[in-house]
Design a protein around this ligand. Sequence first.
Ligand code: ZN
Length: 823
Amino acid sequence: MRLCLFALSAAVLAVHADPLELVKNGKSDYVILVKPAALPATMAAAEDFQRYIEKSTGARLPLRKAEKAEKPAVKIGFLKVGTPEGFVIRTEGKDLHISGDDTGGMPYGMNWWVSGANARCGTWSGVCDFLEKQLGIRWFFPGELGEYVPKRDRLIVPELNYSDAPKMGWREISWLVNWKDMPQPDRIAMYAWKRHNRVGFHVFQRHTHAWGLYFNPKDLFDAHPDWFAMLNGRRSKINLYSHEPAMMCTSNPEAVKAFAGNIVKLCTEKPCDMFPISPNDGGGFCECPKCRALDKINPDGSRNMSNRIFSYGNALAKEVNKRLPDQMLGLYAYSYFVEPPDFGLDPHISICNVHNSCSYTYHDPGIRAAHLEQLLQWRKKARHIHFLTFPEGMGCLNTPVYNFNGIKMLFANLRKAGIDSVGYAASTGFGASGLNKYMVARLLWDPECDIDAVYADALDGAYGGAASLVRDYFAEVERRIARFYTEGRVSEDVSLGTRRIFPGLYERCFPGLADAWLNRLKAARQNLSDPGQNARIGMLIDVLEYTELGVQLHRISRKVSGTPKPETADLVAALKLLERRGTLEERMHRLPDNMSIAGIRSYEKEAMPYFSAAVYKNLLAARTQKRVRVKRIAEPVRMDGRLEEAFWTGLPELHIDLDMKEGEKRPVGAVAKLALTGDSLLVGVRCSEPKVSEMTDSVTQRNGPVWSENSIDLFLDPSCQGKNYYHLISNSLGTLFTAKCGTKDSAWTPEIQTAVFRGKDFWSIEIAIPLKTLSDRPVHGSVWGFNINRARRVGQMKTEYTCWSPTFGGFDQPARFGRIILE
Ligand SMILES: [Zn+2]
């Protein structure tokens, strides 16, 4: 360990005096003093000092609340420190002083909302600095096994007189993983890890997607449709392009005024240092002529909405500050409005520049330079700039994301642009991210520190004799992922979507990684006797084995997803891999790894449905292709959507109730029936719907976006080849979308009759498709590929997709269609 390292970054003033002998032969004459009225933040610092001196030396110093002591003392929090979050460490006679800028509030965690709820913990930062420099203690990961505490029975403190303070006013490292499934002791250990590494803030930042929270169409649309986005020519209560609520029409001054009024009310009731005003996530921005007039069109045809969004920000700030003159507002600068606008920003607006996946994209010098240029341009337009990044990529698979070089390049840019407020949103547990978070914490405190030296020190402390092997391993992982990101396979835009990235990682980055490294890491582990170092290299081994299981699983899933009749052996093998993976997950879920199983499941569900055991179980069960006979009927059909004529009862039922991705049966289903009548194929569907009153379907234009509403999807493949087949969607109003699939020319707009009906707890539809538009051959006796699916979208509920023949993916999967036999 290079213990002198951190001393280099702070001024050390040494005047000749006797050193203090704080601990001798595992015993101490010292007492720890705090003032009787010490704040919780100061008290927590003193307790931490006591705990770690004992851990290292075995000596437990008594901790007293008093102004004076007869014995020599470690005086915690006795000196006044004016620099925000700063600290002073000073020896005076036989006493040692550690004091910092402390405030009331919680010393742990971050309460985002209430002004002053979070304590400034300058004293505690001083204690950690002392423990690092004088005792060589490091906090690499949360929990006991993540710490490095060298043992000693003597502690001599030289004459000290120095101070330090963070260079950044907001230093946050957050997790995308689901905090909900984290046991309480682990949660406390996580906060302690943050505190030890001096994550915290004194300049409050909050820029989150806010309209859904404070300007929601649920409450406002009915009275004020004009306040919301115009989409496809009409104001819409639901957002057709995102899971978030409908967006604001930002060029409507009444809407802006109403939002301002709401902010003033909320901030008066509960003052908060920065109120977020950012648009909702995803698409669905207003298409009204007034909003669009403010946009620019980029050379690639995409839209630059910066002028629209930041003029809205300025107008809102003006309104809010009329009544709350100092209120700060936080507004994202990302996606369609990541570039600076043509005008300056109101000084009450803090923007939050977002550059995702930067640890990897930054390996491309062009991207690196362009981002620096963007930040420098922003400097000219905005007084307050915060930077937020999901540097390791969006989402969380808990595969390796080691990225020291990317972090280094990123902070070099932030330093050049004078950014003093940074949020680092990590996405994985500590085994998968290695020393990333620890390194980021150092840079957040002091972006100018000698980061290469800090890294070498950290590798030594964390991995002991395996340090150089681990350094090479981390570097190879970073090279592999950076290549994947910068060779044009993942652009910044695509990186926002997990769907494309995750399978790509398993396909292109990780194959061969375990072959090259697993045995070497395991051999190195044999030689590590320090339990912490042994456990920490164990975390790397677990993540690598886990990743290799993912590579194998991905290989099987590719094979299985493309075929209607997967091999039983493949399905069984996949289930075995998933079982081994589950055992590893249980272990990695706990500290010091802190992997989130729930987080991984939710991302996998979106990006890789074939990583679920339910899929393979249901595939095993669904190996027989669904088949149904379609009878010819002679009776006349009343097209009224009710399905009430007698002939319906005699027809076979097609149950549409299997989850699209996993094939699990869903509680709310639908039943379809088919018949041949005259020269048409008649399809009748009855969809159970306990929430009929919450259906808001409104598309009435042929080939409009009916797929975003309550709808039925039909796939008809008369040739059974999976090549030229027909796709028909109808929403609950009977509005159709029709197209040809698997062919260049997708145009197909035949005359098709629909009739709909809405009951108390269901809606139903009849569709009559002329056979001649599907096939010019006689249909009698022919077998067609067929599927029928349902999208259920009511209220704020997440859309439910169900199938007759489960597709284990999107609806459009001809290999997984069932068969209809036309009589
Ligand atoms: Zn508008």
